[in-house]
Design a protein around this ligand. Structure first.
Ligand code: ATP
Ligand code: MG
Length: 755
């Protein structure tokens, strides 16, 4: 080993250092979150370079996201402390395979300038094939077919290799369509994402010379987040490293969260079999999180069976307990988190002050983001959504918004173009051109152009009938805007239902469809906060403009899946409710597989936090304007009491914002407090003793202390303001409010005021 100074080794612990210095032969680093796996992997790259073991282009390092690749590159650069001649091959499986496939495209029957299809293109193509084959596309929606094909590609199965049992399950139709699809892609000189790996694995398997070239070339292979590799990726790695066996994989079985996308934790077990004599390194010291956070994460993941089992420890001391808070509903949760972030910025929570970019909100489902985006926009809190489009940029949301735009302003041609054939109305390019030409000839909007084209008999048949229906519907919905008896939420639902757009996703059997339907419900819910459709549309156009300069410090909002490998000083984990997290789907499944993956996701979430982790849930979520009671997540029961501080919901006891509009009716109040979720929270708070936020702005009344109101006492109510108690009946209190007159309210909504 070269006797050069090696500062990058000095800040590693002995176990990490051993993993870094053992450069030759297979190494499996299997360790829990925050134990410095990624750090060690990065140091290993530097060590390979510094010791002269490898030149940059002889190193192949695979990361899970492009962002992780960029960060690793930057870190390697810094650790080297000197410019290296070139950089290692560092990127995601996909990014690396694109580069390789361009060099060898002809071996896959492609030209090197092949195009990579996005999901929309892929679906369009599949749809055409299904129709051309005379198959009922209701029974074979393109999305379902795409899901099946992706599944095969994840397992590196070309059409001729799909096992008979799999092929038979779809009556051979799936596999036949798969074969046709591959042929069509070649004709188009195109690939989809799954092809990138599939083609490279196939080329390696059938062209020994090419494989050997790369085996010589990539003398050292390193893989981060190994637990989430699928079979095709694993095969690709095994082929590349098969000869020299210099492969180092790091991962954590407890963080395997892509099973639904074909990842196989089994790859970890296979590694030791395929690379006998592998040096297995276990790291147990966590450098990321406080003991409370670590204890909470460890306790939750303990609920999973079939773990490889690891214990984590830290020599860090002190820190805040994991904070748990229940809210009235999702809007209030967003409001509270917004206020909390404000307070944390100012350092008024008895803790150090946090910068916005030290704070992340990690959600289970992307539709949860909307409430935060709206709230943060309202209070002017800068945020960014990481990984995946922001709520209002999602396909289904933009489609729905296009309908709303047309209802409000029929001359919105862009909106018309977007939805004229969504859902499919049998209006092909030709019909759409006819509409354009007619509109232009008469100098009118597309909607009007469509009407004229129909009148002149230019568009006929099924498409013509459907277009006529759409044009008529748009005019009718437009008139309904003026209908005082119809709320704009109702109108929105009518539009989405009658246009067939909701049904379009209901009939879709792919994994994303339920999420898209959820997003649509969420959209209708968002409307409630606005006077009318117009006001809402303006609000959204403002949101779209909100992207300010990137250098600004911002709160990060992302899904738990996107947060893998990242760390933040303060993390909020909202929406811990059964049915949301764990997801309904995982709870409905027989067996524990889905639920265990959800639990790993909980583990990933908690372990992202360095100093402060706040978990929250709402007793109620509104879906389509309807209350739904939610039970706190079963994972909450798995949090260790000693490491958790239960906060008092300030929106109920004073201190939060105003109640969400429309939910202060007594019926709603009763509903909230009768919800099983709420009762469970109450029981919990009873057990643990109620703790209060460090700095509640109003006096907080203990639930048990409700009876201690006295006649004549001054009180404060979120909605009605100040007043005096005139009568007490059980949990109802009659109050003479200074401004709002005499009202009977639920006692819990009152806080005592001694002024
Ligand atoms: P995850 O499983 O979440 O991907 P990881 O095991 O990859 O986590 P890293 O991200 O590499 O963990 O490290 C977690 C944190 O601990 C980082 O901030 C890193 O700088 C720090 N760290 C790692 N090893 C050490 C060490 N030996 N001394 C001090 N800090 C360390
Ligand atoms: Mg990592």
């Amino acid at each position: 080993m070269a006797a050069r100074p090696s500062p990058y080794l000095d800040d590693l612990n002995p176990a990490q250092r051993a993993a870094v210095e053992r450069l030759d032969g297979p190494v499996l680093m299997l360790a829990g979150a925050g134990t410095g796996k990624t750090k060690a992997l990065t140091a290993r790259i530097v060590h390979l370079l510094m010791t002269g073991k490898a030149r940059p282009n002889e190193i192949l390092a695979v990361t899970f996201t492009n962002k992780a690749a960029r960060e690793m590159k930057a870190r390697v650069g810094r650790m080297l402390g000197q410019p290296a001649e070139g950089m290692p091959w560092l990127g995601t499986f996909h990014a690396i395979c694109v580069k390789l496939l361009r060099r060898h495209a002809e071996l896959a029957g492609l030209k090197s300038n092949f195009t990579i299809l996005d999901t929309d293109d892929q679906l369009r193509l599949l749809k055409q094939l299904v129709q051309a084959a005379g198959i009922d596309d209701k029974r074979w929606p393109a999305r379902m077919l795409a899901g099946i094909i992706d599944g095969w590609k994840n397992r590196a199965l070309t059409p001729d290799r799909v096992p008979a049992a799999d092929a038979g399950a779809y009556n051979r139709k799936g596999v036949d369509l798969y074969a046709q699809y591959q042929t069509r892609l070649r004709e188009l000189n195109a690939v989809d994402f799954g092809d990138l790996l599939l083609h490279m694995v196939t080329i390696f398997q059938t062209h020994q010379d090419v494989l050997e070239q790369y085996q010589r070339w990539f003398r050292y292979v390193l893989v981060d987040e190994y637990q989430d590799t699928n079979v095709a990726q694993y095969m690709w790695l095994r082929l590349l490293a098969g000869a020299h066996r210099n492969i180092c994989c790091v991962g954590d079985d407890d963080q395997s969260i892509y099973g639904w996308r074909g990842a196989e934790v089994g790859n970890i077990l296979r590694f030791e079999k395929d690379f006998p004599g592998a040096h297995v390194v276990r790291l147990e010291q966590n450098y990321r999180s406080t003991p409370h956070i670590l204890a909470a994460a460890s306790n939750v993941i303990r609920g999973n069976e079939g773990r490889l089992g690891k214990e984590l420890w830290t020599d860090a001391e002190g820190g805040e307990k994991v904070r748990l808070i229940g809210h009235w509903d999702g809007e209030e949760e967003a409001r509270w988190i917004g206020e909390e972030i404000d307070a944390m910025q100012g350092g008024t929570r008895g803790m150090r002050s946090f910068h916005l970019d030290e704070i992340a909100i990690l959600v289970r489902a992307s539709h949860q983001m909307r409430a935060f985006e709206d709230r943060f926009l309202t209070i002017g809190l800068p945020y960014r959504v990481i990984g995946g489009p922001r709520f209002y940029e999602r396909m289904e949301i933009r489609d729905a918004m296009a309908y709303f735009r047309l209802v409000v302003s029929p001359a919105d041609d862009l909106a018309f173009e977007r939805i004229v054939n969504t859902p499919k109305r049998g209006l092909g390019d030709k019909a759409q051109q006819t509409i354009q030409i007619t509109a232009r000839a008469h100098g009118v909007s597309l909607v009007e152009g469509a009407r004229l084209a129909l009148e002149q008999g230019l568009i006929k048949g099924k498409g013509g009938a459907a277009l006529g229906q759409l044009v008529g519907d748009l005019a009718r919905w437009g008139r309904m805007v003026e209908d005082a008896d119809l709320s704009h939420m109702e109108l929105a639902e009518i539009v989405l239902d009658e246009s067939g757009y909701t049904a379009h996703w209901q009939n879709d059997k792919t994994p994303e469809a339920p999420g898209r339907l959820e997003n649509l419900k969420e959209l209708v819910k968002a409307l409630e906060g606005f006077e009318n459709l117009q006001g809402f549309l303006e609000h959204v156009s403002l949101i779209m403009d909100n992207e300010s300069q990137d250098a600004e410090r911002k709160v990060s909002i992302m899904t738990l899946h996107a947060a893998k490998g990242l760390e933040f000083p303060a993390v909020f984990l909202p929406g811990w409710e059964d049915g949301l997290f764990p997801s309904q789907r995982s709870m409905d499944e027989s067996g524990l597989k889905g639920l265990e993956e959800e639990r790993r996701l909980a583990y990933v979430g908690i372990t992202r936090a360095e100093e402060l982790c706040t978990i929250s849930f709402a007793a109620n979520r509104r879906v389509f304007g309807q209350w739904q009671n939610a039970m706190p997540s079963r994972f909450i029961d798995e949090l260790p009491e000693d490491h958790v501080e239960v906060l008092t919901p300030p929106g109920l006891y004073g201190g939060g914002g105003m109640p969400a509009p429309g939910i202060e009716s007594r019926a709603a109040e009763a509903n909230v407090y009768n919800s099983p979720g709420w009762k469970r929270l109450q029981a919990r708070q009873g057990q643990r003793g109620m703790s209060q936020p460090r700095e509640s702005r109003n006096t907080v009344i203990d639930m048990e202390a409700v009876a201690s109101f006295t006649i004549g006492e001054r009180v404060f109510h979120q909605k009605f303001g100040y007043g005096a108690v005139i009568e007490i009946e059980g949990d109802k209190v009659e109050v003479a409010f200074d401004k709002a007159g005499t009202k009977k309210v639920v006692a819990r909504f009152l806080s005592a005021k001694d002024d």
